[in-house]
Design a protein around this ligand. Structure first.
Ligand SMILES: Cc1cc2nc3c(=O)[nH]c(=O)nc-3n(C[C@H](O)[C@H](O)[C@H](O)COP(=O)(O)OP(=O)(O)OC[C@H]3O[C@@H](n4cnc5c(N)ncnc54)[C@H](O)[C@@H]3O)c2cc1C
Length: 497
């Protein structure tokens, strides 16, 4: 039976409008709901976490490689600490497995000493330089010609999708609004001051707007005649390996970084897979998400420099993400062109790690600019806990099935995801609206068959729960319809479920 989902319509006014539903925008929205004010996030895609926040390494960096004194250095370390406190309550999968930067030459060993010193200045806890023997003893798969490594115990792996949806869900629980398929068209101004934001869903009156539009943030700035920065997308490609080789490495393994990037890593994911990547090269198109043959070959070669026996035959998918390269540091500043507009732009790595700290810094800037902050006494910092069926004891599973038979219907066989979990993901405060939205929240389609088995079933469940014809269900982006022709007569019920 189809349940009604509250429509994501745009209110006429808000104290603050956040533009962009990546991890940064979602964290800012949640931070704003700690205060008694109205805040709305607009996102051009059908869901949050569809930009860079869906395709990155998922590492909560310890914070030793950012230049001391930069936003990156400050907010990385603060963000990493904040996740430690909030991840579990928000339902953000996180495992503190530490990281090793591996050196293979004497010059690289010197670089590790420089990183150690930087880390000390940045306030990174527990950093240690390890000998080759210590490194190999801890991580036996590492290349035998390793000369030493920098150990950072506070590094963690986390789920970047659940970080974004966790912040967004919590923000909505606390009164924030998320309006999807709503792109900014322009700013309404008076005497150089913001009065309203024009969107594809209408106008919203506001005094403050935050530009958190990722690789599109320079375009958003241009709408305010602000050309104070530009963004160059820089692609990073990955290969994801099956869970059957999840034991390959126990910690995040970095090469010694160069001037442009942290290099090609070999790392566990928080969900028990292993990934290799990313590489780094500039692209022109901010929507270019293709992977390339040359890029993948370079990743494999790079990964084998650190772990020679990387079993690439265990690859289950490949993907790429775009860094919003706006220069050396994050751009966290008021717009010089329009009063009331603030940029949270150029948020490259460690943007996932820094997101909750970026949110604090942005709200502080708004307060300095005159936004009145009165604590919201009703703020609930956590999301309701939901057990993962596959992780429960048999008697607990039996009790859940007795309470609701949908708990006994396994839709994704690779990841053991039940229909009850999928329905809950759709009806979450900022719930899934697309097949990939379900995948990002509960992992249906993330396993070895990559949705070959569960894809049609998830599609039918979405149609039923959203009360839409199955022909209206989309994979991810606004036009990614799964059925052609989209005759509305095919019906809401499906033979698949
Ligand atoms: C290859 C790679 C690896 C990385 N690894 C790590 C890592 O391990 N750890 C780490 O901390 N960081 C990492 N990062 C960085 C991290 O992923 C980013 O800093 C973070 O995801 C940026 O989030 P965001 O919200 O700024 O951007 P996005 O996630 O891109 O969100 C911007 C949103 O704005 C929306 N938008 C755009 N234009 C408009 C418009 N006109 N109207 C409305 N909405 C609009 C987009 O649809 C998008 O959803 C990595 C990045 C890359 C590319």
């Amino acid at each position: 039976m189809a349940q009604s989902i509250s429509p994501r319509t745009l209110p006429a006014e808000a104290d603050v409008v956040v533009i962009g539903g990546g991890v940064v925008g979602a964290a800012i929205l949640r931070e704003l709901t700690k205060y008694r004010l109205s805040a709305v996030l607009i996102e051009k895609a059908p869901d949050v976490a569809t930009g860079t926040s869906k395709a990155n390494s998922g590492i909560l960096h310890a914070g030793f490689d950012a230049e001391p004194g930069t936003w990156k250095a400050r907010l990385n370390v603060r963000g990493s600490r904040l996740y430690k406190d909030i991840a579990e309550g928000l339902g953000i999968a996180r495992r503190e497995i530490g990281s090793l930067v591996v050196a293979k030459t004497d010059e690289q060993l010197q670089e590790l000493e420089r990183l150690l010193a930087r880390g000390a200045i940045n306030g990174v806890p527990g950093l240690e330089l390890w000998s080759a023997d210590e490194t190999i003893a801890f991580e036996p798969g590492v290349a035998r010609d390793v000369k030493g490594a920098l150990w950072a115990p506070s590094a963690a792996v986390a789920c970047p999708f659940l970080a974004t949806t966790g912040f967004a869900d919590n923000a909505v629980r606390n009164g924030g609004k998320v309006v999807t398929e709503c792109a900014i068209n322009g700013f309404v101004t008076e005497n150089g001051t913001l009065k309203a934001v024009e969107t594809t869903k209408g106008r919203i009156a506001t005094r403050f707007a935050i530009n958190a539009a990722g690789v599109h943030s320079a375009q958003v700035a241009r709408l305010a005649q602000d050309d104070s920065f530009s963004i160059r997308p820089r692609k990073g490609e990955y290969v994801l390996l099956d869970k059957s080789v999840g034991h390959l490495v126990r910690t995040v393994l970095f090469p010694t970084p160069d001037k442009v990037s942290k290099g090609i890593l070999v790392s566990p994911t928080v969900h028990g897979n292993v990934f290799i990547g990313p590489n780094s090269f500039a692209v022109d198109d901010p929507e270019d998400h293709e992977t390339t043959r040359d890029g993948l070959a370079a990743i494999i070669a790079g990964a084998r420099q650190i772990v020679p026996d990387v079993p690439v035959q265990a690859a289950i998918t490949e993907f790429s993400g775009l860094r919003a390269d706006g220069g050396k540091d994050f751009i966290l500043a008021p717009s010089p062109a329009l009063g009331g507009l603030f940029h949270a732009a150029g948020i490259q790595s460690p943007g996932l790690t820094a997101a909750p700290a970026i949110a604090e810094a942005v709200v502080e800037m708004l307060a300095d600019a005159g936004l009145r902050l009165q604590a919201n006494a009703k703020f609930i910092p956590e999301n309701p806990r939901r057990a993962h069926f596959s992780e429960l004891e048999p008697h607990e599973q039996a009790a859940l099935i007795a309470a609701d038979p949908l708990n006994g219907r396994v839709i994704c066989r690779c990841e053991t995801v039940t229909e009850a979990e999928i329905v809950a993901a759709i009806h979450a405060p900022c719930g899934a609206r697309t097949v990939d939205g379900v995948k990002r929240r509960v992992r249906a389609g993330s396993g070895r068959c990559q949705g070959g088995f569960c894809g049609p079933r998830v599609t039918a469940i979405l149609a039923r729960e959203l009360g839409i014809p199955i022909t209206e269900v989309r994979k991810d982006s606004s036009e990614s319809y799964l059925f052609y022709p989209r005759a509305e007569t095919i019906g809401e019920e499906s033979a698949y479920v």
